[in-house]
Design a protein around this ligand. Structure first.
Ligand SMILES: [Zn+2]
Length: 256
């Protein structure tokens, strides 16, 4: 399913790809804009979506460039309707590195928000649907949205950034798989609670689906780690068994 994507371009060797489902979101946003204000409305909506997702790409590049600094390869950045995902060749088991790579993403959002704040100041009213359709209003919308994105990603729901930070902090005290187990368990409880609140309190089903997706992703990553550990343990055992085999008699050399 994740394979249904289109490669756009490369940045420092990282392929930027868009998942096909992203075009459904683009179409939906353009349609909503069209209903509100015709062609201009559609163009404005698409421009806003494009700018939002440019910030998502910058967030992912924050993770990616920090990972590359530590010698970890980054295959691609995949954009999906629910956000972006940087695909690393490996995830560092060293808590300090995982912490820095993870923090770098939200840090980009806070840096963008900070720069916009310096240029246009803080908005008078904090409401995503209330900004003027002019450059200052757009800058305020972008500022607000980057703050939200930075904060939302820091919620400790594994495998989101906040959950990874929690895992890295736990891994300074616990073995890596135990740390992942607890980060994933706390994440699943929070994600399930979030889904329930979204359905019964906020009545936003899209947010509930997002939380369920995060719940599932956390479980999948924990299981993948267990599988990896099992294979490694198997190989360690096999190798130790090989070590234990007594050396055979040297082969007989037939002088004839
Ligand atoms: Zn992130």
């Amino acid at each position: 399913m994740l394979g249904w994507s289109i490669n756009l371009f490369r940045i420092r060797g990282i392929t930027l790809a868009i998942h096909v489902s992203f075009f459904a979101l683009l179409g939906y946003i353009a349609w909503e804009g069209w209903l509100e204000a015709g062609l201009e409305g559609a163009a404005w909506s698409v421009a806003i979506l494009g700018t939002f997702f440019s910030c998502v790409v910058l967030h992912e590049l924050g993770h990616s460039f920090t990972a590359m600094h530590f010698g970890i390869g980054v295959r691609r950045i995949l954009l999906m309707p629910i956000g972006g995902m940087a695909e690393f060749e490996s995830i560092p088991r060293e808590p300090r590195r995982e912490l820095l790579i993870t923090i770098a993403g939200p840090a980009v959002n806070f840096a963008i928000a900070g720069m916009l704040w310096l240029v246009v100041g803080a908005p008078n009213r904090w409401s995503l649907s209330n900004y003027e359709a002019d450059p200052i209003g757009f800058a305020h919308l972008l500022l607000h949205w980057n703050l939200l994105m930075g904060c939302f990603n820091l919620i400790p729901v594994f495998p989101m950034d906040g959950g990874r930070i929690l895992r890295a902090l736990l891994a300074t005290r616990l073995p890596y798989t135990r740390a992942t187990f607890w980060a994933a368990t706390i994440g699943k409880i929070l994600a399930a609670s979030g889904a329930l609140v979204a359905v019964f309190w906020w009545e936003t089903y899209l947010t509930a689906v997002l939380f369920l997706f995060i719940f599932y992703a956390g479980e999948m990553e924990y299981r993948a780690l267990l599988r990896h550990e099992l294979i490694e343990a198997h190989w360690r055992q096999t190798l130790s068994q090989l070590d234990a085999i007594p050396p055979e008699d040297p082969p007989m050399i037939n002088p004839g």
